[in-house]
Write a protein that binds this ligand. Structure first.
Ligand code: CA
Length: 218
């Protein structure tokens, strides 16, 4: 487990709880150090503070995503909607807002790890809007042959919608299926991910069904 956090007290507190859960914690105090540890140690998950001196947490998250699908849990300092949305947009799996309880962090972390391990490994392909969505390679190939690699969570969400073409799926249904039954975050998370998928793959029309949720039509 890699923790990138400049605040020592928070790091010590998280270390205590995570080690009780049997995790080994590598602590980096800056984004630069975090990326270096990332290369050396290939951690199972990353806890990433958004407000870091020097290289910002958002930049660090983007850098990690260029090379890895490792689950990332973002620690945001303020209950600022902008911060959390930016975090999810650059590829974090989930976030917790400071001040947080270490128990909450552990619970969220276990949830992202479990989801990462449950990702489908069988090679299955579905075609939607002229694009083929490949669950084995976890990539989307558009009609003109362009390959797009969504983040792990975006892919899981897209796959879930593609498996239920024609059906309207509510935000809470999506949260349960894609984030897990014990997820206690907000439905806003779904909206942010949908927006990202639409931006990356405009060929796939994800319809917003007002007051209900989302659907990919036939
Ligand atoms: Ca900080």
């Amino acid at each position: 487990m890699l923790l990138i956090e400049d605040h020592d007290e928070i790091a010590d507190l998280l270390r205590l709880y995570l080690e009780q859960e049997g995790f080994t914690l590598i602590h980096a105090v800056s984004g630069e150090e975090g990326l270096e540890r990332m290369r050396e140690r290939a951690p199972r998950a990353v806890l990433l503070d958004l407000g870091l001196p020097g290289m910002d947490g958002v930049v660090v998250c983007r850098e990690i995503r260029k090379q890895s699908d490792v689950p990332i849990l973002m620690l945001t300092a303020r209950d600022s909607e902008t911060d959390t949305i930016i975090g999810l947009e650059v590829g974090a799996d989930d976030y917790v807002t400071k001040p947080f309880s270490p128990r909450e962090v552990v619970a969220r972390l276990l949830a992202v790890l479990r989801r990462a391990e449950e990702r489908p490994i069988t090679a299955k392909v579905r075609t939607v809007g002229g694009c083929s969505i490949d669950a084995g390679r976890r990539e989307v190939v558009t009609g003109d042959g362009t390959k797009i690699r969504p983040t792990a969570r975006e892919f899981d969400l897209l796959w879930y919608l593609a498996e239920h073409v024609g059906l309207v799926l509510s935000r809470s249904q999506i949260l349960e299926a894609v984030w897990g039954y014990d997820y206690f975050g907000e439905t806003r998370t779904v909206d942010v991910h949908i927006r990202q998928i639409r931006k990356k793959i405009p060929e796939i029309a994800i319809e917003t069904v007002w007051g209900v949720g989302y659907r990919i039509d036939h």
